[in-house]
Design a binder for this molecule. Structure first.
Ligand code: HEC
Ligand code: HEC
Length: 461
């Protein structure tokens, strides 16, 4: 026993340590803390090296060890920036709860009882784990090894069931993933040095290293990051057909104004409907295809919205409520929009039959939704989806690689379970299955995999 302890002290290069000694996280290499959440397509792995802590160990009877470790959660990286942001903002809420803290209060079954260089010792550690503002008792198998460089390497793993820690999974980027994170750590400790050996103060009484406490190991509070300036809005381009104060000109202004919708709305009629003749092609001057039919010649048709109404104004009101956060258009707005649609409806008998097409697509899920072509899908997404999904427009910027194929199909076709709030349905007449398949393949394909993503766990150093 005595000999083992001496071995440790000898390694501590002359520092005279009271027993038990306090060890602290090594400067470099210090190891890692990582987590894995299982998913149907890919597991999500995250990792950080930003940790600190104290481990009080008596090497000749290490069963009496105690320790507290903190991890800065805002530094966890999964390899995809957008997902990391979601994880911080929604999942772990790191602004409110910046750290995960593992406290080891006692060890049992320590074997062997003394630590010797090069030999791995096992024990069951009990204590608490705190994350997302919830602290719970935990116990985990712990391995400790004194390596030849006088470092104490501790390894272990434990499960964090999200529900136990009040963590709600953000549905957007963690769809259908498992409900538990498996946490693994491998942390190297070095003896906490007393003050630098200055010969002048060598005779001074020895400083007693205090017992670790949670507050002691907490890294300093993170500095609030200044908000990045928003990019200028990528506004849709258009020219007005009508000027002045006639009803049709007022109607056209309503057609292009987000204010035609309710509070907080950014969507305009023009995000979904063209005002030009689509018989010469669906691609507009801005290089996008709109999700819904053009309003050109729509004024001549007898029924709208699949027969719900015979009036243009009422049809527009349905859209305003469905897609523009509105509570229904005012009578004068309906009249102005009707005047505008009538003014762009020159043909007495428009050949296009929209109504019967509208609901045809809402029947089945796409078969083999990921069997398409990634490059084609990216180009098609530019055409079909970037009226809204371009940075600064009305829809969110995508995070390709993080979506469930079926869920994207449901959104685009507006099938049951789609979760759309403002996003319009796409019918097969405007977006055929084959092209949707390419888009879904692109959206669910893995982006470039950074090293940390899906990285294999390293062996002990
Ligand atoms: C988010 C997309 C979206 C927005 C915004 C939107 N609509 Fe629609 N609108 C649709 C869809 C989808 C339909 C039904 C199918 C179709 O016409 O393609 C529709 C149908 C209509 C119809 C009936 C056409 C028909 O053939 O049944 C009219 C008229 C109309 N919208 C006018 C408007 C006006 C005016 C606005 C702005 C106040 C507006 N819409 C905003 C998506 C939208
Ligand atoms: C008229 C505007 C508009 C068009 C066109 C549009 N979207 Fe959207 N999309 C939205 C809006 C707004 C949201 C977010 C609100 C909601 O769920 O409706 C959204 C959300 C999404 C989401 C969820 C994104 C996330 O990370 O949460 C996906 C996926 C998506 N759209 C796919 C598509 C695809 C694929 C297309 C092209 C075929 C498309 N969208 C075209 C407006 C649009």
């Amino acid at each position: 026993m005595r000999r083992a302890w001496m071995a440790v002290v000898a390694l501590v290069s002359g520092a005279s340590l009271a027993e038990p000694a306090v060890w602290t996280v090594a400067p470099k290499p210090r190891g890692f803390v990582s987590f894995t959440v299982e998913g149907p397509l890919d597991d999500v792995n995250g990792e950080t090296r930003a940790m600190s802590g104290n481990f009080t160990v008596d090497a000749k009877a290490w069963g009496g060890s105690r320790g507290v470790f903190a991890v800065d959660l805002s530094t966890l990286r999964t390899g995809i920036d957008q997902r990391d942001e979601d994880m911080r903002e929604e999942f772990l809420e790191t602004r409110r709860f910046p750290y995960a803290i593992l406290a080891i209060d006692s060890l049992t079954q320590a074997s062997p009882a003394a630590l010797t260089v090069g030999a791995t010792a096992n024990a069951v550690a009990s204590g608490s784990f705190e994350v997302h503002g919830v602290r719970r008792a935990i116990s985990l198998p712990l391995k400790v090894k004194l390596d030849s460089e006088a470092r104490l390497v501790a390894t272990g793993s434990f499960s964090v069931p999200f529900a136990d820690f009040n963590i709600a999974r953000p549905r957007r980027l963690f769809l259908k993933l498992g409900d538990t994170a498996e946490v693994t750590f491998e942390v190297a400790f070095v003896p906490k040095q007393a003050k630098p050996a200055d010969p002048k103060v060598a005779a001074a009484p020895e400083v007693k290293v205090p017992e670790p406490t949670v507050t002691q190991v907490l890294p300093p509070a993170p500095k609030p990051k200044p908000k990045a300036p928003r990019k200028p809005k990528a506004a849709l381009e258009y020219t007005f057909l009508f000027k002045g104060d006639e009803p049709k000109a007022r109607g056209e202004r309503l057609f292009h104004a987000p204010e035609t919708g309710g509070p907080g709305n950014k969507m305009t009629c023009f995000h979904c409907h063209a005002k030009s003749d689509e018989r010469s092609g669906l691609l507009l001057k801005d290089k996008h295809v709109r999700a819904a039919n053009t309003l050109y010649n729509a004024g001549q048709r007898p029924k709208f919205w699949g027969g719900f109404t015979t009036k243009v104004g009422a049809a527009a009101s349905i859209c305003q409520k469905q897609f523009m956060k509105g509570a229904g258009l005012e009578e004068s707005q309906e009249a102005d929009l009707t005047a505008f649609v009538d003014a762009i409806s020159p043909d007495a008998a428009p050949p296009l039959d929209y109504v019967s097409n509208n609901y045809r697509s809402m029947e089945t899920l796409l078969r083999d939704p990921t069997g398409g072509d990634v490059a084609k899908g990216k180009a098609l997404a530019e055409t079909y989806c970037m009226t809204c999904h371009l940075d600064g427009r009305v829809g969110p910027v995508w995070a390709p690689g993080l979506y469930e194929p079926d869920w994207v199909v449901r959104r685009v076709r507006r099938l049951e379970g789609h979760q759309n709030k403002q996003m319009p349905p796409w019918t097969i007449t405007r977006l055929p299955d084959s092209e949707l398949r390419d888009i879904v393949t692109y959206l669910t394909s893995n982006p470039k995999e950074p090293a940390v993503f899906n990285r294999k766990k390293s062996a002990a150093p």
